[in-house]
Design a protein around this ligand. Structure first.
Ligand code: NAD
Length: 253
């Protein structure tokens, strides 16, 4: 039977690329998203290529919906072996004006949702007795900032701390937990097909990356696949920054 990867926010962007990459690698894939049309489009694409895929509309800000999605996945696909906590939102606002309800929503979707999905999935992994892998999608904004990004940055900083805490708690069950921190990843061409746009990047956009380009969703998807597979069996509690070198570049201008 195929291993099963579950991905939050799998309808578009990085989550969509991960769903397709895992399906190509032979996993059965289950995604949740708040965008029904996008989620259904992804599973249609996977099924058309002969893969096994499931979609349920679930909001990571609503723990009961996550639990329902994961239970359904377990009963329909047979197991849960990999969880990618990918769904994430931002609410940029000047610090002095950020509304508490926006802070709460960002933290609920990005951080509490990752905790809740991990707890439900880890219980299932523990009962299976075959171990597992959890990948939390953080951000380079967990480590550095522009103005007005407090809620998003705090949620991603929380993701990094959650990652090492869970790595310790879940180690005894054979569950490895790692974070991936993307830098600038262009997702314009990985949206629902009717909304998809051809990306444009200026020379300056490209040159601020030591590797000479902006990232693509598959840069992150491939890293997730590696971190969740047997070649990464000695890696847990880590944060892999994937940003084309942007955050290690000094700027004296
Ligand atoms: P995206 O907006 O392209 O796709 C996100 C998907 O998640 C969408 O399909 C959306 O409908 C879904 N989603 C949003 N809120 C949800 C919720 N409450 N429950 C379930 N699904 C929900 O975003 P992306 O750029 O692919 O980002 C994916 C992850 O990567 C996020 O956690 C984001 O913070 C992180 N990230 C992205 C970048 C980047 O440059 N793209 C950089 C750093 C971190």
């Amino acid at each position: 039977m195929s291993k099963v990867a579950v991905i939050t926010g799998g309808g578009q962007g990085i989550g969509r690329a991960a769903a397709i990459r895992y399906a190509e690698a032979g996993y059965a894939v289950s995604i949740c998203d708040i965008d029904k049309e996008a989620g259904q489009e992804v599973i249609r694409e996977i099924r058309n290529k002969g893969g096994q895929a499931l979609f349920l509309r679930a909001d990571t800000g609503v723990p009961a919906e996550l639990e329902h999605w994961l239970r359904l996945t377990r009963s329909d696909l047979g197991s849960i072996d990999v969880l990618i906590n990918n769904a994430g939102i931002g609410r940029s606002a000047p610090f002095l004006e950020l509304k508490l309800e926006d802070w709460d929503r960002v933290l609920a979707v990005n951080l509490r949702g990752a905790f809740a999905a991990s707890q439900y999935a880890a219980r299932i992994m523990r009962d299976q007795g075959t171990g597992g892998a959890i990948i939390n999608i953080a951000s380079t904004r967990a480590l550095m900032s522009e103005a007005g990004t407090e809620a998003y940055s705090a949620s991603k900083g929380g993701i990094l701390a959650l990652t090492h805490a869970m790595a310790i708690s879940l180690g005894p069950f054979g569950i490895r937990v790692n974070a991936v921190s993307p830098g600038w990843i262009e997702t314009g061409d990985w949206q629902l097909s009717s909304r998809s746009v051809t990306p444009y990047h200026s020379e300056q956009d490209r040159l601020q990356h030591p590797v000479g380009r902006v990232g693509v969703p598959d840069d992150i998807a491939k890293a997730c696949l590696y971190l969740s597979g047997p070649d990464a069996g000695f890696i847990t509690g880590q944060n892999l920054v994937i940003d084309g070198g942007m955050t290690v570049k000094m700027i004296y201008e």
